[in-house]
Design a binder for this molecule. Structure first.
Ligand SMILES: [Zn+2]
Length: 306
């Protein structure tokens, strides 16, 4: 029987100890290699993609020969306008992505000895980058689909006579949302946030390749998937897995998210709207941290300043 992914060597590809031992110069070179992996660390203008650049001797800056744009190693990435040393960002990424069950911003602020707000924004930036990466990906062959509700917690009143039935729509905050995950067997995991499971069907149609087989539970929201895909259903009231179908992969993803919800204290609707950190963790538990070696997660959607 194969061991769990987190027990394997592949799960230790981004070590906190290794990052912590880097000098400033080594951290800079590491970041440069990650960012411009296609050119083996050689700078490329973020504005016009030109590889011909002037190098400044005194400062760690480059100037594009084509468009004269001056840029640094973080220009055009989520770390543009950075205040912390580059090593701290590498540390933040290592801490964040290795926390398979979540890592709160408060804990990150203690780890990095920075203010809570700095850690909070940093964690969100990493989530945003991972989310942007998810936008570009599609799944194929065998894909499990499932949904789970997060956020919008209503605290029960102290006195019994003041308590209301929190199951009724009028007593809810309206902030509760459903995270729908698409999980390719042996491959990628893509979660998205919707108001309801039914609202996810169009996105599933876009993200899953034609000809794939979808595995889903008996929720009525998934009935429409039969129009587009060969869809196999599993009735969880009878069994969790049959020869025909199971959604155990998607369920194990949500098991992680539930633990992350506890570990990071709260998952507010604002945070569930970018459940990308969980996607990362999901990816790590199945396919390893491929994403850390690619550059797309570093890219901002719109180009910013240095
Ligand atoms: Zn340029």
């Amino acid at each position: 029987m194969s061991s769990h992914f987190l027990l394997s060597k592949a799960a230790r590809s981004l070590s906190l100890a290794r990052v912590a031992r880097l000098s400033d110069e080594e951290a800079f070179d590491t970041f440069r290699l990650v960012r411009w992996s296609a050119t083996k660390g050689e700078p490329v203008c973020p504005r016009c993609d030109c590889a011909a650049v002037y190098t400044y001797k005194a400062r760690k800056l480059w100037k594009c020969k084509a468009c004269s744009h001056q840029f640094s190693v973080t220009s055009g990435t989520i770390f543009a306008s950075r205040k912390l040393p580059i090593r701290d960002y590498l540390l933040a990424i290592a801490i964040f992505v290795n926390g398979a069950k979540g890592h709160s911003a408060l804990q990150l602020s203690r780890d990095l000895d920075c203010q809570y707000q700095t850690a909070f924004v940093l964690a969100h930036k990493i989530r945003e980058a991972l989310g942007a990466d998810a936008d570009e990906r599609t799944l194929a062959v065998d894909v499990e689909v499932d949904g789970a509700y997060f956020g919008g917690y209503v605290k029960p009143a102290n006195d019994r006579e003041n308590r209301r039935d929190r199951r009724l729509a009028e007593n809810q905050t309206g902030k509760r949302k459903v995270v729908v995950v698409m999980r390719e067997r042996g491959g990628e995991t893509l979660p998205f946030v919707f108001r309801s499971e039914a609202a996810a069907v169009a996105t599933i149609g876009r993200k899953v390749a034609v000809g794939s087989t979808i595995y889903a539970d008996e929720a009525a929201s998934w009935d429409r998937l039969h129009d587009r895909f060969l869809t196999k259903r599993i009735n969880h009231q009878e069994s969790y897995s049959t020869e025909e179908a199971c959604t155990n992969g998607a369920d194990s993803f949500f098991s992680r998210i539930r633990r992350a919800e506890i570990a990071s204290t709260t998952i507010s609707p604002a945070r569930t709207s970018k459940p990308t950190a969980k996607r990362w963790r999901g990816a790590r538990t199945t396919g390893g941290c491929r994403t850390v070696n690619s550059t797309s997660w570093l890219r901002r959607r719109s180009y910013g300043t240095r």
